[in-house]
Design a protein around this ligand. Structure first.
Ligand SMILES: C[S@@+](CC[C@H](N)C(=O)[O-])C[C@H]1O[C@@H](n2cnc3c(N)ncnc32)[C@H](O)[C@@H]1O
Length: 219
């Protein structure tokens, strides 16, 4: 069982949560705010609490809700325990890819996006497509941007190298914030990016399993 399923706490560190709250307060706009991957909703609560009840922008959450048993119910409980009505949050129980396709086909845009779902390179590359739905001036954050999660690091670094209209804004712990400075002229994720992520998937998985076995032997 994941610890957050018991504690209902965020999986982020205090300094990462502080950065999120600072960015939200500074960027305070009324467009949609999206969290992809919510676990027990601890970070969601923290982000929503940045705003007074009557000034809070709409929040959207995308999650498969299979992280631990009764995940959706526990997220609701967590919100209620923090005086937030869950019916005011737009929950989309779906894979990130399914939700992305729907959001894109309905022409949705977002002011703020937090990406914290699967950290496998193929998934992170697919999640980067959400940046195309970010409004110019908006912020997209990636959690676990660290050597421990090469899938996140490699995708984000490649993305920043290719798109001059996205710039690093701030970083705390393993949370990286990026600003979209202008609308793009090319797709955020191309076929060649997807092929790159598929090519790296198996080497990274082999390395991840080898490292896990090694930790198991030491413990
Ligand atoms: C690392 S946890 C999120 C932690 C949370 N943001 C926090 O700070 O407490 C990952 C979450 O992403 C969800 N998830 C993983 N892969 C997903 C996918 N492909 N589509 C949608 N949700 C996914 C899991 O169900 C889980 O709730």
């Amino acid at each position: 069982m994941r610890a957050c399923a018991e504690t209902l706490e965020s999986e982020m560190s205090a300094e990462e949560l502080r950065l999120l709250q600072r960015l939200l307060a500074q960027n305070s706009k009324q467009g949609k705010h999206l969290e992809i991957g919510t676990a027990a909703g601890g970070t969601l609560v923290s982000m929503m609490k940045t705003f007074a009840d009557d000034q809070r922008p709409p929040f959207v959450v995308v999650d498969r809700m299979t992280y631990f048993p009764n995940q959706q119910q526990l997220v609701y409980e967590n919100l209620r325990a923090n005086q937030i009505d869950p019916s005011g949050v737009d929950f989309r129980q779906a894979s990130s890819s399914q939700a992305y396709r729907q959001a894109r086909s309905s022409g949705e845009t977002f002011e703020f996006i937090l990406v914290d779902a699967s950290h496998k390179i193929i998934s992170v590359m697919a999640d980067l497509r959400w940046a195309g739905l970010l409004k110019p001036g908006g912020i997209i954050c990636f959690h676990d941007y660290s050597p421990k999660f090469p899938g996140v690091r490699m995708c984000v670094d490649r993305f920043l190298g290719k798109h001059q209209n996205y710039q690093r804004l701030d970083c705390a712990g393993t949370l990286l914030a990026i600003r979209k400075t202008a609308a793009g002229t090319t797709d955020e994720v191309t076929i060649s990016d997807r092929i790159y992520s598929i090519a790296w998937h198996f080497p990274l998985e082999i390395e991840r399993r080898r490292a896990k076995r090694q930790i198991g032997r030491v413990a």
